[in-house]
Design a protein around this ligand. Sequence first.
Ligand code: GUN
Ligand code: ZN
Length: 450
Amino acid sequence: MANSDRADTAIAFVYRGTFVHSTQQTALQILKDALLGVDAQGKIAFIREGKELEKLSQTFGFKTSDITQLAQHEFFMPGLVDTHIHASQYSYAGTALDMPLLQWLNAYTFPVESCFKDLEFARKVYTQIVRRTLRNGTTTACYFATIHTEASLLLGQIANDFGQRALVGKVCMDRNDCVKHYKETLQDSQDETCRFIKELLEKKYPLVKPVVTPRFAPSCTGALLEQLGEIAKNNNLHIQSHISETHEEVKLVKELFPESESYTDVYRKHNLLTDKTVMAHGCHLSDEELALFRETGASLSHCPNSNFSLCSGVLNVRNVLKHKVKLGLGTDVAGGYSASMLDAVRRALDASKVLTIQDPKYKTLSFEEVFRIATLGGSQALSLDDQTGNFEVGKDFDALRINVAAEGGPIDLIQDEEPKILLEKFLNLGDDRNIVEVFVAGRRVVPITE
Ligand SMILES: Nc1nc2[nH]cnc2c(=O)[nH]1
Ligand SMILES: [Zn+2]
């Protein structure tokens, strides 16, 4: 037995067939006729070649009749990681995309988010977004809620109940000159953030954790940013926010924080750039700012649907990768109109092609590279890559069983195809009808049974 296998716990189930995933070395590794075993803790116990069946069944003590065989047009891939999504904006997803960011926030977002004081409204929206994202293969989501502590705790409970891995953020904002009733005092924001963190951690949900969430620099005073940096540090927590999404926003931050050298410097000064920080967008960051991300270990969430829909900008992903900044993909519902990470994959490819159209020397991203950003990249961006992101032994089994030829689905297969073609077709043409099973930490969470 190789050192990388774990034979210390009982095997819960074994699948045999094609597995595709990313590693640090290769954007797309294809394992044909592989055997993957999941233990009682939901962790990957082994992933080996089919011909090793006899030996494996002896070592791990499972019966060969317990194995589930995938069909020829099926494969497993790692679960999709949505590194930036506003659960509270789902009710108006697919509408209200006719304004630039700052006007859009005032006209649509803040009035809708105010409604989450009403817990029944919150329950309805949060149940729908968790179900929808899970069905579309999002096994890990990094959520923005609203400023309301009770509703934010409810989002954590709903994610836990449906079995989704999630970071949940109660939004902090003590500055809002436009919608005056949608903000907190400095003291309330601080106190309620501490209460949110304490109460969510006390629930001991295995897969749901709090994330410190200053909305973005323009809606926070320096004093609040300072406090949130302290809170994150003292509790070793994740941090999320927005950065450099539009030119207008960058200009506003310059006016509001004249003592800072850059937008990134505002967050850095307040100890909000750590290796557990994820910042959405970053379309207009300078090379110096990207270097600060690299130095601090902070990551970016690329949200191309939102960037197109609000006409914000086009992130130069190659430049981000060149600076060795960790990068994931995000839907940014409802600035992005789709809650599906498959849409984010397609829009990321489109964004890359826009840059190639503008400059033919720009090397377009391949579908394999975007696949990696949507899975392993996302897990790294959220500093969860010790638990999820690919099929390494010891990680949790977060996985999608894909049937490319699903009955009534969107893909017609004319002939037998290689796994690489099956993956490419699924990423470009597939939808939830092709995602026949979803596993998070070894638990089957789709089909949704209740
Ligand atoms: N896209 C987006 N950008 C933001 N910047 C600050 N808040 C938001 C938000 O809700 N959506
Ligand atoms: Zn956002």
